[in-house]
Design a protein around this ligand. Sequence first.
Ligand SMILES: [Zn+2]
Length: 127
Amino acid sequence: MPGYDYRCRDCGKRSVIYQSYQEYGVDPVACPHCGSSQLQRMIGRVRIAKSEDSRLEDLSDPSAWGDLDEQDPRSMGKMMRKMSRELGEDMPPEFDEVVDRLEAGEDPEQIEQDMPDLGGVDGDMGF
Ligand SMILES: [Zn+2]
């Protein structure tokens, strides 16, 4: 039975949940740590080398972001760029544009209004 990596949106813990192909995407999954059903499938994990696991743990812990200042668009842009590099994911073009605009010091809410499709990116970044 294959295991699927999930991250809990509520408690932030990562867990592997074993489901058959028939169950996957059909049966509801719950966080083993807090029971929440707000689990996010971690896509692309297979491409991440084992040695990077600890760095990912760091990234999923907001306190480890250190100098991140959510009130400062430049700080957010820098962090998002770093995060996408660490994850090694191919980000959509919109992501780059958002990061560019953040780093230029633009108001995140204004950017969000300009780009209504951004909801997904927001969620993935955990904001
Ligand atoms: Zn949880």
